[in-house]
Design a protein. Structure first.
Length: 515
């Protein structure tokens, strides 16, 4: 810009000098010395103007440009401003004030950032502390539930077992009815305990599903049959309709599927005063070979208001406040049912009309497991084992420190034809195994002197007992207890209190496998 201004000024002076010289030539008064002097003046004036414009205009602009480039590169430092007293100085001062504002904004941003990082770190530390506290609380809760489960199940096993044993003795009609009432109360208490434990395991994310073959059609028929008596007392029919599309065997968790179906049938029977309860089962096999099992439970009961349908799946919730007073229940059954269905990768839906009835429909994902040869072979083994047990009764060693449970289990097994011996702890069990050959060991876990897990580990170290079935029969029923028993070398796991039929069935299964 200064160069252009210098050229413009020099051109203007040259024009003036040229005009003077041209006038002198026209008037014939031209003087060579005068012309030389004018040229020298022209050169000096042009140089002076160029220096002046460079000093007063070009240098301030260059400094301003350098400052702008510095700011653009991220250096927010005041630029050097020439004191020209004109617009350029004003622009430079304004630019410096802008730099100060930007620098202050950056400082505030850095302070906020540092403060934010500090707060994030503090909150992260607090969150970590809270997580540790929550984990510790969860562990304490699990330990408490495990202990309370053991302490409750042990006496309940004795109560239910002694009631079952007494019911098989000669009784008057009144005595039998009283005992059956006590039995129903005991099983109700056991059901409540199981629901609380199941809900705790599900909420902790520690419930896992088994993947074993089981007879789905038999399971469904048993569920219906077990509720027929309850429905018949109210004059309600209980029916099961199983489609031919449902295979004999599925891969899945029979215990949890049974729990789902039983919860739905129990609810239907409880809330139906007249009419019927119908279970329908069908399904289809998808392209991957998995069987999509669909179960529908339909009743003609009291129904559920439409605005309460979603709430019935919430824990400790009833559709109506009067329900718990009239029908009983904790409101846990359907909450657990939905969570179990979701664990299977399925979905449960409900439709209902007050005074007409309710329909629950659920879908479960499971794989087909059909092996006729294996099943026929297993049946043959079972027949052989049963025949052998009639001629030569199996010898069972019951390792149990609770005398009531000893009496219950011994009575149940001896009545079924088994020969039973008792050991009060793991050390006694080892001594009896050294002296006598047994076909199976029922092993409690929590015992004085030597517990069941340690005793099992010692037994498994001896090749003599490598094929001896050891079945845990314990009041420990929390998540991981079964896995710890199996890891110690046990072959199976039965949670107390044990129903006599289930106990005998489990023993026969292991004796069959051994045979």
């Amino acid at each position: 810009m200064a160069t252009k201004f210098t050229i413009f000024t020099a051109t203007l002076v040259f024009w003036v000098v040229a005009t003077i010289l041209a006038y002198d030539l026209r008037q014939d008064t031209f003087d060579g010395r005068k012309g030389l002097l004018l040229c020298i003046v022209l050169v000096l004036v042009a140089g002076a103007i160029g220096r002046f414009t460079t000093r007063l205009l070009a240098r301030p602009l260059s400094l301003l440009q350098a400052g702008i480039m510095s700011v653009r590169n991220g250096r927010l430092e005041p630029i050097q401003v020439s004191k020209t007293g004109d617009e350029i100085e004003f622009v430079g001062d304004s630019f410096n004030r802008m730099i100060e504002v930007l620098a202050e904004s950056q400082r505030e941003i850095r302070q906020h950032q540092e403060l934010l990082e500090q707060r994030i770190q503090e909150r992260t530390e607090k969150l970590a502390d809270a997580t540790h506290v929550a984990e510790a609380a969860s562990e304490a809760k699990s330990e408490f539930l495990a202990n309370i489960s053991h302490e409750l199940r042990t006496p309940m096993n004795g109560i239910i077992g002694m009631i079952d044993v007494t019911l098989e003795t000669p009784l008057t009609a009144e005595q039998a009815e009283n005992l059956k009432t006590a039995q129903r109360c005991a099983y109700s208490l056991l059901s409540l305990l199981n629901e609380v434990l199941d809900l705790s395991k599900i909420e902790a994310g520690k419930m896992s599903l088994e993947r074993i073959p089981f007879e789905i059609r038999t399971l469904l028929r048993d569920c219906v049959k077990s509720h027929e008596a309850m429905a018949a007392r109210k004059g309600v029919s209980m029916e099961g309709e199983i489609s031919p599309s449902v295979p004999e065997h599925l891969i899945g968790d029979p215990l949890r599927i049974r729990q789902i179906v039983v919860n739905l049938l129990s609810n239907a029977a409880k809330f139906t005063e007249h009419g019927s309860v119908v279970l329908q089962a069908d399904g289809v096999e998808d392209e991957s070979g998995d069987f999509q099992l669909r179960i529908t439970v339909r009743d003609t009961g009291v129904g559920i208001p439409s605005d309460k349908l979603e709430r019935i799946f919430d824990k400790f919730t009833q559709a109506d406040g009067t329900i718990s007073r009239k029908f009983g229940g904790t409101g846990l059954g359907l909450a657990i049912t939905r969570k179990l269905v979701e664990l299977h990768g399925g979905k449960i839906e409900v439709t209902s009309q007050v005074g007409v009835g309710t329909t629950f429909q659920l879908n479960l994902n499971s794989g087909i497991s059909i092996n006729h040869a294996r099943r026929e072979h297993a049946k043959g083994l079972q027949i052989t084992a049963s025949a052998q047990s009639m001629d030569d009764p199996a010898r069972i060693l019951v390792v149990e420190d609770n005398q009531v449970n000893q009496k219950v289990v011994s009575a149940v097994l001896r009545k079924r034809g088994f020969a039973v011996e008792i050991a009060n702890d793991g050390r006694e069990a080892l001594a009896q195994l050294e002296a006598t050959d047994f076909d199976l060991v029922l092993m409690d876990v929590q015992m004085p002197v030597l517990d069941g897990l340690e005793a099992t580990s010692i037994i498994r170290q001896n090749a003599r007992w490598s094929g001896l079935p050891i079945v845990a029969m314990t009041a420990h029923a929390m998540n991981g207890d079964r896995e710890r028993c199996l890891a110690a070398g046990m072959d199976g796991y039965i949670a107390k209190p044990v129903h006599p039929t289930d106990l005998v069935h489990a023993i026969e299964q292991f004796l069959t496998v051994k045979t």
